[in-house]
Write a protein that binds this ligand. Structure first.
Ligand code: NAG
Ligand code: NAG
Length: 463
């Protein structure tokens, strides 16, 4: 007698439970794409925070019979504020977009994101005074990078500052100065960084920012409209068109333009970089990222990769050739000690550890000079779907760094190990079956660029 009743009960109960579950999920809002933090952080081009590319394995690279005796390293400043122009666009156009979304009767957002969007504003930023300043996350990136480097190379990077061992230099900007100080904090501790000496910073440092002194590069590449042709053509390609469509649908704003989508991407990138996820909550996530799906982020990232490829990378030969002063300085710094009858003799002038704090433009040109992250074919607006090595999110994140380490060995000539983002990389033309590249071989490989580095001649404007 009771059987059918039971069955009914057993059937109805789960349905009710399921309905209740759906109800609460639905009640959260209508939106359903939710990208993970890691998925977003890896796709932010040159606004990628360093934590997404850092190497947290501090095991020292070790080679039998060899020990590191010199390091020359060049580091991009850490996470910063946006430029004046981006701050102004966020305060004006993005604030307008925010209002358009909120004016809808049923905005397509979860209740949490809705709350975030209502509170969102960049009015606390002063476009003129705050532009490009290093932020707290940028300080942490540099301090933690220094700590890991010191753990890898404790004998080369002692925690006591000595001006004969250490040489630090930054460009005449707040973000590289603060980066240098944060790095020194990681090495020596907060209370000891006041003794660190720095040479007078220059806006157009011949080694740290060589391209600023190259008029021909400025005219032929940086200010040449040709340079951005591929990026512009890509704006008309299906991946960007679909991204714009996706954002029109997720925001409910059918009039959104590609520039609006780029602005949302940029603000999503900065807000993501500024705040790391600390306790597993989504509290610190940027509300602007929540409108994007993966394909849209990939398309916007590729647009930026194209821009940097042609402006600062492999696009034009001149761009990477002019990195030769930095290469020459590297060789002077790590090649300047000579072994005389087993006695290490130091030629005057160079410290054991050289650290330069500089900009994206320098790191990208130097990477291209070295032949790293090089694709077989030039990158064009047609290559979105192809595999590529040139990924600014990986090779040019905030605090991106290159290091050349000299190893002196008992039974071999001096060797060099190159690190990019704290990982050993093998340079083209160096041995591909081992990490060590003989210093003499490295000199030969770059002899042409370094010995014939006639910067003045290369950079002279043709009539
Ligand atoms: C720096 O180099 C000099 C000369 O090669 C050497 O005597 C000294 O121990 C080195 N210091 C460190 C910290 O490696
Ligand atoms: C809400 O956004 C999602 C993706 O973000 C989209 O797929 C969906 O069509 C949107 N819903 C409405 C009602 O616009």
């Amino acid at each position: 007698m009771l059987k059918p009743f039971y069955c009914l009960f057993l059937f109805v109960l789960p349905v009710v439970v399921l309905l209740l579950l759906f109800q609460s999920a639905g009640g959260e809002g209508m939106q359903c794409i939710r990208l993970s933090r890691a998925d977003i952080e890896r796709r932010l081009s040159t606004k990628t925070p360093y934590r997404s590319v850092a190497n947290y394995d501090e095991t020292p690279p070790q080679y039998a019979g060899c020990h590191p005796t010199r390091i020359w390293s060049i580091i991009r400043h850490g996470t910063r504020n946006p430029s004046e122009s981006v701050i102004l666009q966020a305060q004006n156009r993005l604030a307008e977009i925010k209002n358009l979304i909120l004016e809808q009767t049923k905005p397509n957002l979860s209740s949490e994101d809705l709350k975030k969007l209502r509170k969102w504003s960049w009015e606390h930023l002063n476009a003129k005074e705050d532009e490009k300043l290093l932020v707290a996350e940028g300080e942490d990136e540099l301090t933690e990078l220094a700590e890991r480097m010191q753990n890898r190379f404790p004998s080369l990077l002692p925690d006591i500052y000595n001006p004969e061992w250490y040489y630090f230099k930054y460009t005449a900007t707040q973000r590289t100065l603060m980066s240098a100080q944060s790095f020194a904090t990681g090495l020596f501790g907060r209370h000891r960084i006041h003794t660190v000496q720095y040479p007078p910073p220059m806006h157009k440092d011949p080694v740290l920012r060589f391209y600023k002194r190259c008029d021909r590069w400025k005219t032929d590449v940086d200010k040449n409209p040709e340079t951005l042709v591929n990026a512009r053509l890509f704006l008309a390609e299906p991946p960007i068109q679909s991204a714009v469509e996706q954002l029109r649908s997720s925001t409910g704003l059918p009039d959104l333009q590609p520039e609006d989508v780029q602005l949302m991407y940029t603000v999503c990138a900065f807000e993501t970089a500024w705040h790391r996820q600390r306790d597993g909550t989504r509290h610190a996530d940027s509300v602007w990222c929540s409108f994007f799906d993966l394909a849209a982020l990939d398309a916007l990232e590729f647009f930026e990769d194209l821009e940097y490829y042609w402006n600062d990378g492999y696009g034009y030969e001149l761009t990477h050739r002019i990195a030769c002063p930095a290469m020459a300085d590297m060789f002077a710094a790590i090649g300047s000690s000579v072994k005389l009858e087993n006695e290490e003799m130091q030629l005057p002038g160079r410290a054991n550890a050289t650290f330069y704090f500089t900009h994206s433009g320098t790191l990208l040109k130097l990477l291209a000079h070295l032949g790293l992250a090089r694709d077989e074919e030039p990158l064009t607006h047609k290559h979105f779907a192809s595999e590529r090595r040139w990924r600014t999110s990986q090779i040019d994140a905030f605090a991106t760094n290159l290091a050349f380490l000299r190893y002196d060995c008992e039974e071999m000539e001096p060797q060099v190990v190159v690190l990019h983002q704290e990982r050993v990389v093998r340079l083209p033309k160096c041995p591909q079956d081992q990490d060590l590249c003989p210093l003499a071989m490295l000199r030969r490989i770059y002899a042409d660029s370094v010995e014939n580095c006639d910067f003045e001649e290369l950079c002279r404007l043709s009539e």
